[in-house]
Every structure is written in C-alpha cells, then in structure tokens.
Design a protein. Structure first.
Length: 246
C-alpha cells in the first residue's frame, strides 16, 4: 500500500467528518493517536473536547444552543494498558465487552451505524494495546450497505508491531455531499513524523478551517505503557483561540 501524506489527505477533503489516526512515532518509542470531529451545522459545531479523568468528553460550548444531546459523549482511555476512541457512544460498549474478555470485534457486534438517515453515519473505532514493550492496534468501521439501512457491514483491521513512522487513518465520510457518502476501503496508510506538538499542529492546520471542531492527540510511551506519567496529550478546540494543552 502506498504511504500517503496525512496533511494532504486532510487538506484535500473539506469534510471527512470524524477521523481516527493510530500509529507509531518515527523513533519507535511512542504509540501515537489522533481523533478529530468536524461539523457543518450550528449544533454540531457547538462542541468542545474537555478532559475527564484519563480521557476526554465532548460537550456543548454554549449550552443554550444545544439542540441534540446525543452529540455529547465520553471517550474513555486507560485500563489494562489499552486505549479506545470512537465517534459515538459505543466507547462503553467496547470497554465493557473487553472487560468481559470479548474481543474488540465481538464487543461491537451489538452496535451498528448511526440512525441518522439518509447519511447513516458509520461508527469508527480504534483500540491500542501496549504491554511488555509490545504494541499493536486495531480499527473498526460499522457502515450501512451502500446506504441501505437494512444491513450493516462490519470491518475490523488489525495491525501487529507497527513500523516506525507509520500509521493508519480512517474517517466517516469520503467527502462533503448530500447525503454524505460513507468511507470506503481499508484505513489509509499515512506517515507520522515529529513530536506531539509538531504532529498535533500539522493535523489541526490541515483540517478545513470552516468545518473543524476539535482535535485530540496522545503520545504514549511504549516501554512503560503508562497512561499517566509517560503519556502526553494535546487538545485543540475551534472555539478556543489556539486550543489548549495539558
């Protein structure tokens, strides 16, 4: 598979919707992930990422303008050296399923795409596993059958021992349209370079200025797998000048 430029992929698509990038840093020491959300309506743009424990929560920037409470949900991180993120409320489904020793794929069997016809937005998810200095990750997409809501197509992609400086990128929509066309194919192979600030700034600046809403980026030390002392997090919110970091 040809390696693509993540920056060019983002700049060339005004509305990829929500996206997940997972991979490994150039020096091989960090597990890398980025998660972003975008919006076209006033309601979907009225969101920010805020930290909650080891994870983040999506909440309304201006509660008085909140029209759809389902746009607020938690993204859960940590526990058993794993880290999951997604574009909806299936975080708890994944977390609870894996806590019961189900696989990532099995945990999602009870979920499908979002019921927001005619778009039927796919649900994308990712899980990272870091243990004993070893690192692997998986990505999932649940989508309608070419816009037919009577069937759900389920795809899981697993990546063992990812190479330095490589990652995979999956997003909900192919491009801006009406209805919005679901992502097609397997996650895109993209390059990952620079430290967390360089990488986070690249992603944020590459997203469409009118449609970008929030971005979360995390670098985790693979040697320790620590989610607290050895991890770095960056958050950018369009409603907050320059974003915020921790």
């Amino acid at each position: 598979m040809k390696m693509l430029s993540l920056s060019e992929e983002l700049k060339g698509n005004s509305y990829p919707g929500r996206g997940i990038v997972i991979g490994r840093s150039e020096d091989g020491t960090k597990a890398v992930t980025a998660y972003f959300i975008m919006g076209r309506s006033v309601n979907s743009r009225n969101r920010v990422f805020v930290t909650e424990g080891e994870g983040i929560r999506t909440e309304a920037f201006d509660p008085s303008k909140l029209e759809d409470p389902s746009l607020s949900f938690t993204h859960r991180f940590g526990s058993w050296q794993s880290d999951d993120r997604n574009n909806g409320d299936q975080t708890d489904t994944i977390y609870d399923g894996m806590d019961k020793e189900l696989t990532f794929e099995q945990s999602l069997r009870c979920r499908e795409f979002e019921p927001d016809g005619p778009n039927y937005t796919p649900r994308i998810s990712g899980v990272m596993h870091i243990e004993g200095g070893q690192y692997d990750y998986a990505m999932s997409i649940l989508k309608s059958n070419n816009g037919d809501p009577s069937a759900c197509n389920r795809y899981t992609f697993s990546y063992e021992n990812p190479a330095n400086g490589e990652g995979h990128f999956i997003h909900t929509y192919m491009h801006d349209d009406n209805p919005l066309p679901s992502f097609e194919g397997e996650p895109k192979l993209v390059g990952i370079s620079g430290d967390i600030d360089t990488f986070a700034n690249m992603v944020w600046e590459s997203l469409n200025e009118d449609n970008k809403v929030s971005l979360f980026v995390r670098y985790i030390d693979i040697a320790t797998g620590s989610m607290r002392q050895e991890s770095l997090t960056r958050i950018n919110n369009h409603h907050e000048s320059g974003g915020n970091t921790e």
